[in-house]
Design a protein around this ligand. Structure first.
Ligand SMILES: [Zn+2]
Length: 259
């Protein structure tokens, strides 16, 4: 391999590594902001105690930060799950290192069970609030063909990007709103009856919902240039998924930490 190719593959890898996860930070903060609002007072107090000096908003992105910490290597594959079209989670080949569905189910159960050390409790809580956000980003439930859209190169408003990044970050950042402004915008769209309905769904339901948007997400123009028109046709999905993530995060935390 010549040096140019080597460099090129290095950059492609590092870009993939950076973009591989998460609603960009703003998306995660929005989910934390909504969760804090929809939590009961008891749960909110308890969560604050556990998190200490760090807000719930900032704590939502901690699980991306620990990618730089070897001690947490066991969580590397917990940001996504692969379920090919037409398959169920149970049918799909499961990652040995675990995936976002198994990790969420396990950690939520462990937090409910209790008896954890303070450090374990804080770690697991921060992981859960991150993964509730990730699993609602539709491309975190991947087809198995393109690393959750990371390998789908597109131009976003004339700049190089990829489909995963468009859904994590580009659409949200193009709104030019702070996370508190965006959360306020979303709150006023939520209908009271939706709260309980959304909170009744299971972790696996959340994943299947994410799969259900594939036809729309992959409906890309031939020249792979996306921007205002793509945003216009898909913003409702982004808004819905952020709202559901925040409200379900509140639901999970209410269940764990009290009514
Ligand atoms: Zn993530």
């Amino acid at each position: 391999m010549n040096i140019i190719l080597l460099l090129l593959s290095f950059f492609m890898l590092s870009e993939t590594a950076v973009n591989e996860s998460k609603w960009g930070q703003v998306g995660h903060y929005v989910t934390g902001e909504l969760a804090e609002y929809y939590m009961t007072d008891t749960a909110r107090e308890r969560v604050k105690e556990i998190l200490g000096d760090t807000s719930i908003q900032l704590s939502t992105v901690w699980m991306d930060d620990i990618r730089s910490d070897r001690r947490y290597d066991y969580t590397r594959t917990w940001h996504w799950v692969t379920i090919p079209d037409g398959m169920t989670y149970e049918d799909a080949e499961q990652d040995e290192g675990g995936d976002i569905i198994r990790a969420l189910e396990t950690l939520i159960a462990e937090l409910k069970e209790g008896g954890l050390s303070a450090e374990e409790e804080q770690d697991k809580l921060k992981m859960v609030i991150h993964m509730v956000g990730d699993i609602h980003q539709p491309l975190h439930v991947g087809t198995g063909e393109d690393l959750g859209g990371n390998q789908v190169r597109v131009q976003w408003m004339g700049e190089n990007s990829n489909l995963h990044r468009v859904w994590d970050t580009d659409i949200i950042m193009s709104l030019n709103m702070s996370y508190t402004e965006l959360a306020k915008e979303l709150k006023q769209r939520v209908k009271p009856e939706q709260i309980e309905e959304w909170q009744r769904a299971t972790v696996r339901d959340w994943a299947y919902e994410s799969m259900s948007y594939r036809a729309r997400i992959y409906n890309l123009p031939e020249n792979m240039r996306v921007g205002y028109e793509y945003r216009y046709h898909n913003l409702d999905i982004v808004f819905l998924r952020l709202s559901q993530a925040g409200i379900r995060m509140a639901g999970v935390l209410n269940e764990i930490y009290g009514e």
